[in-house]
Design a protein around this ligand. Structure first.
Ligand SMILES: C[S@@+](CC[C@H](N)C(=O)[O-])C[C@H]1O[C@@H](n2cnc3c(N)ncnc32)[C@H](O)[C@@H]1O
Length: 347
């Protein structure tokens, strides 16, 4: 069976790569994103897919109906739900397009059988979540919610994210009230998949986000790194000023380590909490960091850690800075591919 897929908030095509990674016989019939730079990257990698560069909420009903898609993938803007942000949730104008999609689902004559949505972990506490879940129940979707991290697949990169999988296989339900609440019910394991889990701390508590992972099972970072000549490494070196000023707030790891922090859109631009840098020789915290023995991960390396396949590339027009921004906004292709496989074949 060949699936028709609509990719909303398509960015650089993380969902499309995951679909390919899961080996699902499918075609993305249309991708939607307002970001011109992201769309250039998308078209460069998937030249055959029409990309709609318009605000989703400004599109006519006929356009959505014409998609006749079996699967809708969605990674709406996360700013309304990030813990660092104001967490205005549904009050934030950036959540408007997703609320529009939630509303639109009820009006669609031919609804997608499958939905896959990705967002920051903060979405689990947002006021958009019950709006989405009530709508899905009303329409006859069965859903499962996950909070997962690529470390669970033994990939040395932390990126805790919320995922919603839904399948339309029930009759509509009119008994859902606008006041119905949904207690947190997030799964950290996926049926049929061997995922590692964080270990308990000394007090026996398991903290999924700050958890202690089984480090020996996770692969070493070096397997995701490029071998760079001195010249090629030059643009990625940390300046003496950054090393002096931000050493204590930055996360440094060595190629032998088995974790990197989540790479965000501010990577290399802001020092704190935007992703790890690498100390190529010596021991972190013991041996001095110099311009020669430290560098940022290249966009290719960040893409590797996020599960983008070797054939993924940026067009020559994308700057390094734009590449980092786009990757930081994207998703763990590895985790989403695993979820797609489950959603379409087993859920
Ligand atoms: C979290 S990113 C999704 C990234 C994508 N999954 C990827 O792999 O790159 C959200 C995307 O939604 C797009 N976006 C935000 N609001 C939009 C709207 N109203 N209509 C269309 N696209 C929108 C942004 O340009 C951004 O690329």
């Amino acid at each position: 069976m060949s699936f028709r897929v609509a990719e909303f908030y398509s960015g650089i095509g993380g969902m499309h790569f995951a679909l390919k990674g899961a080996g699902i016989d499918s075609s993305v019939v249309r991708a939607f994103d307002i970001n011109t730079v992201a769309n250039e990257v998308y078209k460069h990698n998937f030249p055959g897919v029409p990309v709609m560069q318009r605000n989703i909420e400004a599109l006519p009903m006929s356009m959505f109906e014409a998609l006749r898609a079996d699967l809708w993938t969605m990674s709406p803007p996360c700013q309304p739900y990030t813990r660092q942000g104001l967490q205005k949730g549904s009050e934030d104008p950036r959540s408007k397009s997703f609320l529009f999609i939630i509303d639109l689902l009820a009006k669609l004559e031919r609804k997608p059988t499958y939905l896959l949505m990705e967002n920051v972990a903060g979405f689990d506490k947002s006021d958009t979540r019950p709006i989405l879940l009530r709508q899905l129940l009303r329409l006859g979707y069965r859903f499962e919610e996950y909070v997962l991290n690529p470390l669970q697949l033994c990939i040395p990169n932390s990126r805790t994210r919320y995922y919603l999988l839904a399948k339309l296989d029930r009759p509509p339900n009119d008994c859902v009230n606008d006041t119905d609440e949904f207690p947190p019910n997030f799964r950290h394991s996926v049926p049929g998949v061997n995922l590692i889990q964080p270990a308990a701390d000394a007090d026996g508590h398991v903290d999924f986000e700050r958890g202690i992972w089984h480090h020996d099972e996770v692969r070493q970072v070096k397997h995701y790194m490029e071998t760079l000549s001195n010249e090629d490494a030059e643009p990625y070196r940390l300046s003496p000023k950054v090393l002096e000023k931000y050493d204590y707030v930055m996360d440094f790891i060595t190629p032998e380590d088995r974790r990197t922090c989540c790479f965000t859109k501010g990577y290399t631009h802001y020092a704190e909490g935007t992703g790890s840098a690498v100390q190529l020789t010596g021991v972190v915290g013991k041996d001095a960091k110099t311009q020669e023995n430290t560098r940022y991960f290249t966009p290719r390396e960040v893409a590797n850690l996020m599960g983008f396949p070797a054939e993924f590339s940026f067009p020559a027009t994308t700057s390094t800075r734009q590449g980092y921004r786009l990757l930081g906004n994207s998703l763990s292709v590895s985790v989403v591919a695993m979820l797609m496989d489950y959603l379409v074949r087993r859920m």
